[in-house]
Design a protein around this ligand. Structure first.
Ligand SMILES: *Cc1c(COP(=O)(O)O)cnc(C)c1O
Length: 365
């Protein structure tokens, strides 16, 4: 990786994050070299090299891993989905170990933990992640402290440095699911966190056309263990998906900036709307959760009434989407029935507002 702007993990780059998003993971600058890494479709390689087989490595993954590693400040491994990355981290927990996890963590993460617990593999201890003292107390018997901040879709924020210090004192690893914030708004490895997890499906790829996950760590031993698990289990990404995610990453800073400024403007205007009892926003990022005063039916009506906003699950794409989260059986019962999660895209904010306002006007009383 020759682009001289690619920092060695942990060594600090001469450039800022928006520049790293554009420059990291490029081929060497030799005459007639392509500016972009090619998509290498290969299940096997000529014998004698360090890779040998398609499950062990791929040059297109490597370019993406270099770029994402540079953005988070560690070494990156990519996976077939966010949940494949989550499963690989949970696999670090020894028999009977305790995992501390926010009760409002992503439903798939909670479901994996419940499944492992029901099979006697580990124990999950659900916490209110905004109650720092309670989380710190729970760290005492933990093998792994799972943080997601902001949480999906409650948008609660954790005190990452304080919890990380307490977890390390107790000898536990700390992981942050950084899907919502992206490395542009939050870099957990700088707070001493051991592992960062992403659903690259969301903001990193950013165009609702890829399923992919990633783990980033600053710890070489953990990296080797996780690489060993990926080699063995085989939840590897496709080369085309890796290429699309790297292409998406090139505009991550532009998309996140625009989604965030759109979200901030919408939050200001939504605060006044009579159809809503609550607007939740952590102050940064592109996800906003609104609660309809009239509950479930009004929230379902809103999902049907918008013309520009698309009724769809997932988030972090260029297009604005919305969904009532409790339409999923797996969503926590403590999430209000009338909560609609908005994933604010990069469209013109006036169009987003007019469409949302008109739909909400039809959901009052
Ligand atoms: C979507 C999501 C995941 C799971 O990622 P997939 O790519 O869907 O497997 C994990 N964590 C968070 C916060 C998510 O939003």
């Amino acid at each position: 990786m020759a682009a001289d702007t690619t920092p060695d993990p942990g060594s600090g780059s001469p450039h800022r994050l928006g520049t790293i998003a554009v420059t990291a993971g490029r081929p060497d600058r030799t005459p007639d070299a392509p500016l972009n890494v090619p998509i290498t479709m290969a299940s096997t390689y000529v014998a004698g090299g360090p890779v040998e087989y398609g499950r062990y490595g791929n040059p297109t993954w490597t370019a993406l891993e270099d770029a994402l590693g540079a953005l988070e400040g560690g070494r990156c491994l990519t996976f077939a989905s966010g949940l494949a990355a989550v499963a690989t981290v949970l696999d670090l927990v020894g028999a009977d170990g305790t995992v501390v996890v926010p009760k409002h963590a992503y439903t798939g993460t909670i479901m994996q933990l419940a499944d492992l617990e029901s099979r006697g593999r580990l124990k999950a201890e659900l916490v209110d992640v905004t109650d720092t003292a309670a989380v710190v107390a729970a760290c005492a018997d933990a093998a792994l402290v799972w943080l997601e901040s902001p949480t999906n879709p409650a948008l609660e924020v954790a005190d990452i440095p304080t919890i990380t210090a307490a977890a390390h004192e107790a000898g536990a690893y700390v992981v942050v699911d950084n899907t919502f914030a992206t490395p542009l708004l939050q870099r957990p490895l700088e707070d001493g966190v051991d592992l960062v997890v992403h659903s690259a499906t969301k903001y990193l790829a950013g165009h609702s056309d890829v399923q992919m996950g990633a783990i980033i760590t600053g710890d070489d031993e953990l990296y080797a263990v996780l690489k060993g698990r990926r080699d063995l289990v085989g939840a590897v990404p496709g080369p085309f998906e890796a290429w699309l995610t790297l292409r998406g990453l090139r505009t991550l800073h532009l998309r996140v900036e625009r989604a965030q400024s759109n979200a901030q403007e919408l939050v200001r205007r939504l605060a006044e709307h009579p159809a809503l009892s609550e607007v939740r926003y952590p102050g940064f990022g592109g996800i906003v959760s609104i609660v309809l005063s009239q509950g479930e039916m009004a929230a379902d009506l809103l999902s049907r009434k918008t013309r520009l906003w698309v009724h769809a699950t997932s988030l972090g794409g260029v297009e604005s989407t919305l969904e009532r989260r409790r339409r999923w059986k797996a969503e926590a019962a403590t999430i209000p029935e009338g909560l609609v999660r908005l994933s604010v895209g990069v469209e013109d904010v006036e169009d987003l507002w007019e469409d949302l306002r008109d739909a909400l006007d039809g959901c009052v009383g």
